[in-house]
Design a protein around this ligand. Structure first.
Ligand SMILES: CC(C)(COP(=O)(O)OP(=O)(O)OC[C@H]1O[C@@H](n2cnc3c(N)ncnc32)[C@H](O)[C@@H]1OP(=O)(O)O)[C@@H](O)C(=O)NCCC(=O)NCCS
Length: 214
């Protein structure tokens, strides 16, 4: 009797998971052009800016790389995050040589990740609502070059977010930054320099406000 009840409960849970998680994730992966993975949870449509496979095949060009690991959670709907979202997630793989590599068990809410060279995100990283992570300034510092629209001279330097980092909502991580393992970035911070492991940084520009033990 008890075993039957347990089995029924498990069946119900599986059915519920199918309708609340698997099917919506499958649908949003399809709409966003991502290859569906069973253990992902995608809520709402992700914006992926990347040359299509067909374009690259036809014009013999390489595609950039967008690689995402297991257990990925990605919130893109306003109600999918406790503090709401101001945008869906945007993954911008700008050039044929660009790469965005995301590890296992990463959660991202309504944030932009933009790579001309590379943005690498480790395992178990959490990225709060409305963050921007970019390895490029997008425009040159010199006004003369900006007038000439010389986008080839913009500053670019890879970004690395190591394992178990938590990035607070509305933070901006700029080019060339490495955030060390287990560190926390306070909400609304602008990170312009490397962050050591095991510390909290906050503010604009972000500075170490506390070391973490444990
Ligand atoms: C970083 C954070 C986790 C620190 O929390 P905490 O351990 O309670 O830290 P404290 O409140 O003791 O603050 C420590 C110091 O950092 C400063 N600080 C903390 N967060 C800050 C922030 N976001 N910006 C600027 N300074 C900040 C405090 O003023 C304090 O400075 P002081 O020692 O000179 O007084 C928290 O402030 C935070 O920003 N959380 C992010 C929440 C979030 O965005 N969640 C994601 C939702 S999607």
């Amino acid at each position: 009797m008890f075993v039957d009840e347990n089995r029924n409960n498990m069946k119900f849970e599986r059915l519920l998971k199918c309708f609340t998680r698997d099917l919506p994730t499958r649908w949003y992966c399809y709409k966003s052009g991502l290859k569906y993975q069973r253990d992902w949870q995608i809520r709402g449509e992700v914006k992926i800016i990347k040359k299509s496979w067909l374009f690259c095949k036809l014009f013999r060009k390489k595609t950039g790389i967008l690689q995402i690991g297991k257990g990925f959670k990605c919130n893109n709907k306003i109600k999918s995050n406790t503090i709401g979202l101001i945008q869906p997630c945007v993954f911008n793989v700008l050039n044929p040589d660009s790469q965005i590599v995301i590890g296992n068990n990463v959660g991202i809410s309504g944030s932009t990740i933009c790579a001309v060279k590379s943005v690498t995100i480790g395992n178990n990283v959490l990225i709060g609502s409305g963050c921007i992570i970019t390895d490029t300034d997008a425009h040159p510092i010199s006004w003369k070059l900006r007038r000439e629209r010389r986008s080839d001279l913009k500053a670019v330097s890879p970004v690395v977010i190591q394992d178990d980092v938590f990035i607070g909502a509305r933070s901006i991580i700029l080019k060339g930054v490495t955030i060390g393992e287990r560190s926390v970035v306070g909400a609304g911070s602008v990170v312009i320099k490397d962050v050591p492991p095991d510390c909290i940084v906050a503010g604009n520009p972000a500075r170490v406000v506390r070391k973490l033990t444990l």
